[in-house]
Design a binder for this molecule. Structure first.
Ligand code: MIG
Length: 772
């Protein structure tokens, strides 16, 4: 049944109307975003914890004509047709973004329908299997730990983000349903020309997000659900894990191996076997007798330790965490109000009631035991939550959460993982106020990006999962989750050398970069498959470090604007119809494109170069885009392309971030008529950046015939940086007649096909004349 708009009224910040049994309220929580809430009459809904702007209301205005209301608010317009009730979202210039959004109530079930034009693409939806364009399938938002292979038809997985972007001929609009219940997103599966979103709740709490740009839509969505705070720099370094390195000795051995082989490493994980009988906050007294010594020694080698933490607390009255939890009534309750008991690794466990802020605080305080042991961050697993003994693999739907027990599991389920990550993140922040917390989480809801990085769980060591890791991560990026990555090499099943080589190449450019493998599978460290694969892994892991200045700048943009770090080509080339569904290439930041090989035996692949000029990173060849190109990709080569006109900050590699030579920075210039680049820099670990303790450099340039000009500016200075020396490398130049800086001639040299200038790291301009 469609609905009809009844009497309405408007204040400068809210449009209210009656729909009979339900009310409609429209507010503008942020520029370009409207909250359209249809809830039972007289019972307005609270936003979920995903929303960071619960009380924000920007001014809006409404005018009425016979059949419609026309609403205007900052950054958008909304037309509401009275009968049947439907919405049309437009951008601030009045361009239609999506029309005929129609709430429907049928057989007691609420549904939102949106037409899908033949050319409409659908992106987002968070951590989902399959390809970039989500059309043609149905997705359920219900955090699930499913050990089956994550093939294209498997759904759902661990994270739920009820958010979709509809992209039609260059115009983007986003729909966020602020509903942690089990919602179903049918993206043209049942009816090919219709998106239908259903919810078990008695109404719809929608956020309509206006474009027209895809970048704008993501920026605005993350204005509502929050952004990733800057992680510590070491968390962007390369990481190794294993279920499990089962003793401190084994962990030392792995680090030694890395150092001896000259393969960089920043983090080593301790999986569940470090614990004493899987009791969280404990260490096995035999195999991990002195965790503080272990972490200190590894740290002296530049490696940090991150232990896994599961939510289930072992039912054992001699165990302090459990005893305290019982005493403080900190556990989730069953329908009779008794602590709910489930089975996970430790046997019978109870689950912290993370919905309760007091319990989050309690859990946060317990992180001190890990900090005392010298760990650097926390890895939250099994927080869907995942239970072994339950037929649904999770808690019963009538389990009770929250201080007063009024929140039932059907509505708490999807939030549980985010709450656990939040408790952990806030605990670390409280205990070490001037250090950036690092939390990695498997499960989460919209907004998880504020609390944790997310890895995509238990993939397999199969080519299909390498292939899928790109579209999955790209859609997560478009869903506000910038800090993401898959287990490199694959988790379940035995990896093989060629797969590890190709996966490490991709991993080197994904935001989160960690090799991890399951118990019972063959070892998967970079050296396991012989010298050729080892050499390839070494090379790409080193590249990761050399590219850190560029990647870190991309992380900063994500923290400021929600900009995805790894993203689909359509994000940067929205007007190029060839890229709309491209799943096997990706942009890393605005200027670097990956076209990885994700199939065995392939040594050449077809690459699509979006319109514009490109530079082949390996050969230096200039290429004209708007075309498909066969490209060589021997096993040691990940095809990489740089946008002409880019100026990229890079540095030398090091064995870990603590040992990076930060005295020197190189700006790589890839000439075009106009050029630009950005470099963000801070101390890499403290919270000072949030108070302006960072430096932001921009470099802009032009090239006109044989003359090129560059100008380096300090847009913001707030960090006393160790970087004193600058090297400018202009690629694709074999000669010049003169280089002047701020009017005076300076030295330069040609190295191969690059022109190199050395200068102090300071604002300046350069003119290069007589370019050849
Ligand atoms: O039931 O801790 O996704 O990364 O190694 C498996 C053991 C539990 C699942 C995680 C995986 C981890 C494993 N865990």
């Amino acid at each position: 049944m469609s609905l009809e708009l009844g009497p309405w009224s408007a204040t400068p910040e809210c449009l209210s109307a009656s729909l009979g049994s339900h009310d409609l309220q429209v507010t503008c929580p942020a520029s370009g975003v409207l909250r359209v809430s249809l809830h039972p009459a007289g019972q307005p809904w609270e936003p979920s914890p995903a929303v960071v702007t619960p009380d924000a209301r920007l001014p809006l205005s409404v005018i009425e004509d016979r059949e419609r209301l026309h609403l205007e608010a900052p950054g958008l317009t909304l037309t509401i047709t009275r009968h049947p009730l439907r919405f049309a979202l437009g951008d601030s210039d009045g361009n239609p973004l999506t029309e005929n959004l129609m709430p429907v109530l049928e057989a007691g079930v609420w549904r939102l329908e949106a037409p899908l034009a033949p050319e409409t693409r659908c992106y987002g939806l968070g951590e989902k299997t399959g390809v970039l364009d989500k059309r043609g399938r149905r997705y359920t938002m219900w955090n699930t730990d499913d050990p089956s292979p994550h093939i294209e038809t498997l759904d759902p997985l661990y994270v739920s983000t009820p958010w979709a972007i509809l992209f039609t001929k260059g115009f983007a609009a986003g729909i966020y349903l602020d509903d942690p219940a089990k919602t179903v997103w049918d993206v043209g599966r049942t009816a090919p020309d219709r998106l239908a979103v259903t919810t078990p709740r008695p109404g719809l709490d929608l956020y309509l997000v206006a474009g027209p740009g895809l970048d704008q839509v993501v920026e605005r969505y993350t204005a509502i659900t929050g952004r990733m705070p800057m992680p510590p720099l070491w968390a962007i370094g390369y990481q190794q894990s294993r279920w499990s390195y089962d003793s401190a000795d084994r962990m030392r051995e792995v680090v030694r191996e890395y150092r001896e082989r000259g393969i960089p490493l920043d983090v080593l994980y301790a999986d569940i076997d470090y614990m004493d009988g899987y009791r969280v906050f404990t260490w096995n007294p035999e195999t991990f007798a002195d965790p503080a010594a272990l972490t200190a020694d590894l740290r002296a080698d530049g490696v940090r330790v991150v232990p896994i933490v599961d939510p289930g607390v072992k039912k054992d009255s001699d165990y302090l965490a459990f005893a305290e939890g019982v005493e403080g009534q900190h556990f989730v309750k069953d329908r009779d109000g008794l602590p709910l008991v489930g089975e996970v690794w430790p046997g019978e466990v109870c689950f912290p009631d993370f919905a309760n802020p007091e319990v989050r605080r309690w859990w946060g305080d317990w992180q001190s035991t890990y900090l005392e042991a010298g760990v650097a961050g926390i890895w939250c697993d099994m927080n869907e939550p995942s239970l072994f003994d339950s037929p649904t693999k999770t808690m019963p739907l009538d389990a009770r959460h929250g201080a007063d027990g009024s929140l039932t599991h059907d509505r708490a389920h999807n939030l549980y993982g985010s709450w656990m990550a939040q408790a952990t993140h806030e605990g670390l922040a409280r205990l070490r106020p001037n250090e950036r917390p690092f939390v990695l989480s498997r499960a989460g809801f919209a907004g998880i990006q504020r609390h944790a990085a997310v890895w995509t769980g238990d993939n397999f060591s199969i080519w299909a999962h390498l292939e899928q890791s790109l579209p999955m991560a790209m859609n997560m990026g478009l869903s506000g989750l910038a800090f993401v990555g898959a287990d490199v090499g694959g988790f379940s099943g035995d990896c093989v050398g060629e797969l590890l080589a190709r996966w490490t190449q991709v991993g080197a450019f994904t935001p989160f970069f960690r090799n991890h493998a399951a118990k019972g599978t063959c070892d998967q460290e970079p050296w396991v498959f012989g010298p050729e694969v080892e050499e390839i892994c070494r090379r790409y892991i080193r590249m990761r470090y050399a590219w850190l200045p560029y990647l870190y700048t991309a992380f900063w943009r994500a923290s400021q604007r929600g900009e995805p770090i790894l993203r689909p080509l359509v994000y940067d080339f929205p007007d190029d119809p060839e890229v709309l569904a491209c799943s096997d290439q990706a942009m890393v930041g605005p200027d670097l494109m990956l076209a990885p090989v994700v199939r065995p035996g392939v040594r050449k692949r077809l690459v699509y170069l979006p319109r514009g000029e490109w530079i082949d990173f390996w050969t230096g060849d200039r290429l004209t885009g708007g075309t498909h190109l066969p490209v060589d990709a021997p096993l040691e080569r990940l095809p990489l392309f740089i946008r002409a006109g880019a100026i990229l900050p890079r540095g030398p590699w090091a064995s870990c971030v603590d040992r990076l030579d930060r005295e020197r920075l190189t700006l790589h210039v890839y000439p075009a008529e106009t050029m630009s680049g950005t470099w963000y820099d801070d101390d890499g670990g403290s919270m000072a950046y949030a108070q302006g303790g960072y430096n932001l450099w921009t470099i802009a340039g032009t090239r006109d015939g044989q003359e090129s000009r560059l100008s380096l500016k300090a847009e913001h200075t707030g960090y006393d940086s160790p970087t004193r020396e600058l090297r400018i490398v202009i690629h694709g130049v074999t000669g010049a007649s003169e280089v002047a800086s701020d009017g005076a001639t300076v030295d330069w040299r040609i190295e191969g096909t690059d022109l190199v200038i050395e200068a102090p790291m300071a604002p300046a301009t350069w003119t290069v004349s007589g370019l050849a």
